[in-house]
Design a protein around this ligand. Structure first.
Ligand code: BV8
Length: 232
């Protein structure tokens, strides 16, 4: 197997689990007795914006009490020391990859710490609570929504992601259950001959699409994987 030169890494909630952030499946997708799929939608926001703001305010506040873990830090080390191309695509809306130092990072489902104006569309940092009275600092009039991709909405930068998937020679999925599309379909979008690897606590729903799967904690599997790749 030739040494890989172009990596695409996809992460999901499992990489943040050991930092103390609940995964979607572990919480069996429940929040305040609502299914996440029922809160994280444009319809829910239209129907009850205060409830959806509460859902995101609670999760935004929780970021202040968690830190990146060894898996996040290992991926940042890989980006620093890796001589080839590396694109880190995360489904996570937390800022742990950012705080760990990853730069070539794409939040395909948006970010908790950003807000989007419903009037002018400006996306801007939003570290504090957001509610129906929040107004856009850019245009001064627009109500705000979390800069989050909800169920039924198109994830961000999909063309850039598919281009990277077609070009890469190593695709690694870390801590994702393979339930949510289009992310779960990324492994199938890689070119024939691409090396594919899944790192997860247990087999994902798409494990059979990967050439290799390693099971264990991300804080063990990811640093070991990074050392292996860097040592060629
Ligand atoms: C789209 C932001 C179309 C929100 C998220 C009906 C109508 C419309 C669409 C659909 C529909 N039916 C189905 C769909 C498609 C839908 C979908 O896939 N639904 C699922 C429920 C079946 N997808 C969409 O809606 C997507 N958009 O299809 O648009 C379109 C096309 C054209 C034009 C317009 C529209 C958008 C999906 C994005 C939704 N937003 N996030 C928020 O965070 O509040 S998704 C959200 O859930 C996460 O971002 C993530 O993507 C997903 C959860 O998945 P995981 O990250 O994998 O987490 P999970 O808990 O599931 O798994 C954790 C894993 O970690 C496990 O495998 C576990 O074993 C492992 N693990 C745990 N601990 C550790 C560990 N591994 C290692 N170490 C550990 N310590």
């Amino acid at each position: 197997m030739t040494t890989p030169t172009r990596l695409v890494i996809l992460t999901g909630a499992g990489i943040s689990a050991e930092s103390g952030l609940r995964t979607f499946r572990a919480a069996d997708g429940l929040w305040e007795q609502h299914r996440v799929q029922d809160v994280a939608t444009p319809e829910a926001f239209h129907r009850d914006p205060a409830l959806v703001h509460r859902f995101y305010n609670e999760r935004r506040r929780s970021l202040a009490s968690v830190q990146p873990n060894a898996a996040h830090l290992a991926l940042a080390r890989l980006e620093r020391e890796w001589r080839g191309d590396l694109l880190l695509v995360t489904q996570n809306v937390d800022d742990l990859h950012d705080r760990a130092g990853s730069g070539n990072l794409l939040h395909m489902h948006g970010e908790l710490l950003k807000g989007r104006c419903l009037a002018c569309g400006t996306i801007q940092a939003w570290p504090g609570d957001m509610d129906t009275a929040s107004r856009c600092p850019a245009c001064g009039r627009g109500p705000m929504r979390p800069h989050i991709v909800w169920f039924g909405e198109l994830p961000l930068e999909m063309e850039r992601i598919y281009r990277a998937l077609e070009r890469c020679d190593l695709f690694v999925a870390i801590g994702t259950s393979g339930l949510v599309y289009p992310a779960a379909g990324f492994v199938a979008a890689t070119a024939p001959g691409t090396r594919t690897l899944e790192l997860n606590l247990e087999s994902s729903l798409v494990a059979s699409s990967f050439q290799e799967a390693r099971t264990g904690l991300a804080t063990n599997l990811v640093p070991a994987f990074v050392s292996e790749v860097l040592s060629g």
